[in-house]
Design a protein around this ligand. Structure first.
Ligand code: GCV
Length: 608
């Protein structure tokens, strides 16, 4: 077993049925010679307590899944060289710690950068049990407990998972059961129409009945299915709007069908006009989610969770926290993060996310949400995440979902120590490189919160005006004098969706934090920033610095003694990152120089 479980030498055998059995197996093989007693107490759920005993052994108590999390905690602590001096107790902050795979039945993965699907091949759910057991172990050891295996864009034949292919889904659910991982399924809101019902109207009795019968059949096959995940009325997917119904009516209809079985409906809030005319300046895409959902606060059933992307756009390098996560106090919320590096370097460029996640928590009270979800960065590559160092995002996401107070340096440092047997100074170097990687990527790509200067559709590499005259509502409006969109009360008033304290923090360009400046404001290139630099100079400086820092990062990274095959992959990807960083730096600087005609004060090479 590789990744952060590199020291686990024994594969999980077939035949283990429960998390408790697995906990005992893992402890006996990973900590031979350490006497551990394991006591299960169902009332503790995912929680556990580990007590060091005077004979050098451990007493582990916990819920039926808690003992497994406790076992991994004890094992990984020992692997990190941390001896337990006093009892530790732990329960997760969030009950649902979810990974959402965007895998299609043909084996492709939407926004996948680590190979093909681990689950689907040629239209069928045909996972390799050996890899599923490895994956189960990875997820459980990171504290993750819900896995949605199919794309939220439910393309045919994914619908068959609720029909003829249900037995394969049930078999997969069984494979994951010993790991405490429950499956979730993305469903097609219009699926009743496949059975000859002429509508998918959520208030139509035949539709309601179809979902109830379907849920009964599905939960009979998979009694611990976590629920359904739904992308409705978004980017061409079907949904309640077709029938003049709102999203509470749509979600609650499904919620009623799954409630008798303890299922949840995770309903995504990624709804916006993706056919916008670029000439239309009245519509401002970041406002869309709030406009569709805020007025429905309190209207959703108890077993509905609204899953909100962390920012109001779509996983850009820098976006403010989505206002929905602050404004819907009477609704169950999940925050959706994206481990798949769609806009953040395709698992070619280094991009460690936990510093960004912690920034979100500076404005998000942890209790505002009841679940964390992340779009998967997994695939069938031998190392699971394409870039071996991208696995840090999967592991640290698990730690964050367990405890959002986690210290980013400690989380990344733990992953480094578990993954590679490096000397202490090298561990420190790698930890620091990983922690700095997001800021470096941010510097050489779209500046100061602007976003969207990326190659359309593929989303790798620069194309400053690629989306400027497109349909997706993602415009920067750079001209010869100024750039950005005014989102204050004088402009689109997106900022008006926030509580007053945050409005004040961002509304004045003189005091708005630099890194969000062009998210909220339209400013002339000659605008004087607080550090005395002009806006255009800051754009040039950031890009040159980002490129220089990537070069230094490459030197330091490639000097580390990674084992093969990781060393090879890291070298090859770093070459591509260096190329990408140079393209970004030169193209963005050239773009702004050609528009503004303002030269770099430091006389560096920008292309005329
Ligand atoms: C699964 C963005 C991505 C799409 C993704 C969508 C979503 O638009 O580019 O690939 O679709 O977000 O989150 O639903």
């Amino acid at each position: 077993m590789g990744l952060w479980l590199s020291k686990m030498k024994e594969a999980v055998p077939e035949g283990i049925r429960t998390p408790g059995e697995l906990a005992r197996f893992e402890l006996s093989h990973a900590l031979p010679g350490v006497p551990v007693t394991v006591e299960e107490d169902a009332s503790q759920g995912d929680g556990y307590r580990i007590e060091p005993l005077t004979d050098g052994g451990l007493r582990l108590t916990g819920g039926s899944t808690g003992v497994l999390y406790g076992a991994y905690r004890a094992i990984l602590d020992r692997f990190c060289g941390e001896e337990l001096a006093a009892p530790v107790e732990s329960t997760p902050k969030y009950a649902l710690r979810m990974i959402d795979c965007w895998d299609n039945p043909d084996g492709s993965i939407e926004r996948g950068y680590a190979g093909r699907s681990l689950f689907f091949h040629d239209g069928k759910l045909t996972p390799d049990p050996v890899r599923i057991r490895e994956l189960g172990r990875l997820l459980a050891s990171a504290g993750l407990n819900v896995l949605c295996i199919n794309n939220v864009n439910v393309h045919f034949p994914a619908q068959l998972l609720l029909e003829d292919d249900l037995p394969s889904l049930a078999a997969l659910a069984e494979m994951f059961r010993p790991f405490g991982v429950r499956l979730m399924l993305s469903v097609d809101f219009s699926q009743p129409m496949r059975s000859g019902i002429p509508t998918a109207d959520p208030l139509d009795p035949a539709v309601r009945n179809w979902w109830k019968k379907t849920a009964t059949r599905v939960w009979a096959a998979i009694p611990d299915l976590a629920g359904f995940l739904v992308k409705a009325d978004s980017e061409g997917r079907p949904g309640p709007f077709t029938y003049g119904r709102n999203h509470a009516e749509g979600a609650n209809m499904l919620a009623e069908a799954v409630a008798p079985f303890g299922g949840v409906i995770v309903w995504r809030c990624f709804v916006y006009n993706c056919r916008q005319d670029w000439r239309d300046t009245a519509t401002d895409r970041p406002k869309a989610a709030w406009e569709h959902y805020a007025f429905l606060d309190g209207e959703f059933a108890e077993n509905v969770i609204l899953q909100v992307k962390h920012g109001p756009f779509d996983f850009q390098v820098r976006e403010p926290l989505s206002p929905l996560l602050l404004g819907m106090k009477k609704t169950n919320l999940a925050m959706e993060l994206q481990l798949a590096q769609e806009y953040t370097g395709h698992q070619i460029d280094l991009y460690t996310m936990i510093p960004m996640w912690k920034e979100l928590y500076e404005e998000l009270p942890a209790d505002n949400i009841m679940s964390l979800a992340a779009v998967s960065n997994l695939g069938d590559d031998a190392n699971y995440t394409g870039h071996p160092l991208a696995a840090v995002n999967l592991y640290t996401f698990g730690l964050l979902a367990w405890d959002p107070d986690i210290d980013p340096a400690a989380a990344v440092g733990r992953w480094v120590r578990l993954t590679y047997g490096l000397a202490p100074a090298e561990e420190q170097t790698l930890t620091e490189l990983l922690l700095s990687s997001r800021r470096i990527y941010e510097k050489y790509t779209a500046p100061l919160g602007l976003g969207w200067m990326i190659t359309p559709h593929d989303h790798y590499g620069p194309n400053p005006s690629g989306y400027e005259y497109d349909l997706w509502g993602t415009y920067h409006k750079a001209n010869r004098n100024a750039v950005g969109i005014d989102r204050t009360a004088k402009g689109t008033d997106f900022l008006g969706q926030y509580p007053e304290e945050l409005r004040k923090k961002y509304e004045d360009p003189e005091t708005c934090p630099d890194l969000y400046l062009l998210f909220y404001h339209r400013l002339p290139y000659t605008f004087r920033m607080r550090d005395g630099r002009t806006l255009i100079q800051r754009i040039y400086d950031d890009h040159f610095e980002g490129l220089a820092e990537t070069r230094t990062m490459a030197e330091n990274l490639l000097a580390l003694p990674f084992p093969e095959p990781d060393a090879d992959v890291i070298r090859e990807r770093m070459d591509r990152q260096l190329y990408n960083a140079r393209e970004w730096c030169d193209i963005i600087n050239t773009f702004f120089f050609r528009l503004s005609g303002i030269p770099d004060e430091k006389g560096r090479k920008i292309y005329d």
